[in-house]
Design a protein around this ligand. Sequence first.
Ligand code: ADP
Ligand code: ASP
Ligand code: MG
Length: 435
Amino acid sequence: MNTKVCKFGGTSLANAEQFKKVRAIIEADPSRRVIVLSAPGKRNDNDQKITDLLLVCQELADQGLEIEPVFNRIRERFIEIVEELKISIDIIELLNETERLIIDTPIKAFVASRGEYLSAKVFAAWIDAEFIEPAETIVFRNEEHICPSTYPKLSKRIGETGLYVVPGFYGADENGLIKIFPRGGSDITGAITARAVEADVYENWTDVSGFLMADPRIVNNPESIKELTYKELRELSYMGATVLHDEAIFPVRDVGIPIEIKNTNKPSARGTRIVSSREPSERIVTGIAGLKNFVMFQIEKTLMNKMVGFGRNVLQIFESRNISYDHTPTGIDTMSVVVRADNLGDKLDLVIDDINRTIEPDRIDIVSNLAIIATVGVGMVHHVGTAGKLFTALADEGINIRIIDQGSSEINIIVGVNNKDYEKTINAIYRTFVK
Ligand code: ADP
Ligand code: ASP
Ligand code: MG
């Protein structure tokens, strides 16, 4: 029998109305039999995600403070869903037990995982499916990696037939201690599960009709992308197009399971299919994504290019301070290192001191409040004039380009601009290549 693994995100499960849409999607196709769920998300822009409310409870409990007022907001949301849908589950007892555990064990990963746990428990009871406990099947080796034993464990639990519900976002280490993926990590659970059951497709259901050519919060009504390679997706999601968590690609890519991004609110829309390779289409650019708040260290030293080990010495400084870097544009006598302000934290002065001491540069400039924007497309490098067209578009808008990096990956052109020009830059690139 065909098997589709379907992951539904927070907005797809925000209330009883959304639960009904999810159920209708599952019932429309018998091969949709392995369901991975997020915790209920925001019902509107002013609302809060269950996960965020849980994290507040954790902080309060950790300080020995009352969690009741905040926990009651979580309580009300689950009770409303269960009552409206007349689900036969003792939700009051389940919530009371959860509250007790949060107070007794205010460990962040455990508390954060309870949104997915409750969501999946309730949904499994409603559609009469088997609940799969990730703490017994998804084994974390460390904060970043799962153990390979996860795959046989999951596939043993999930049968060739039947209907299963798996909570996203968490698992446990070898000692049974609950661990979580980064925020948005239910996408990763979905990908791992798809691989474990050798799914025909991994459907990722969200609140947009597929991967769009740009962030819909920046570009008005962007076009959706029909087909995207894993590599293009990786570039776009790493650079901030957060539709799918960037780490969710690896488990399925390695075994060639296609991903489909679909809209829970509009199931008939075509969505986006992510595949290993595709013919370049008549469109040169596939998508545009970006992130704000980078810091660039511009290091100048005459004859730097002749000094053996110069680059390594510079990067060593960042390594020894435990700071990862994103880009290293270089010139003849200059080398720049671009890092995320979040990763740099309060280590700016320390790094400058290290550079002055070990590199003895002629000059060092710090450029902060930088935004990095990636324009991505498989056929791009073979198209004469793509970069020129992009730079002209930005020049016409009076945007000052601080960094240009036509990356070694061949499928993107990266520009760095001031944070304040971020939205303007994305719109200018979009207009040039799409409209
Ligand atoms: P879920 O709760 O289903 O996991 P997310 O909020 O994580 O959903 O991801 C979907 C959101 O990603 C969209 O609502 C949209 O605001 C945002 N987004 C950012 N960039 C893009 C893009 N290029 N295409 C589509 N959505 C995007
Ligand atoms: N609920 C978690 C979060 O809000 C995980 C997820 O939704 O993917 O980040
Ligand atoms: Mg998400």
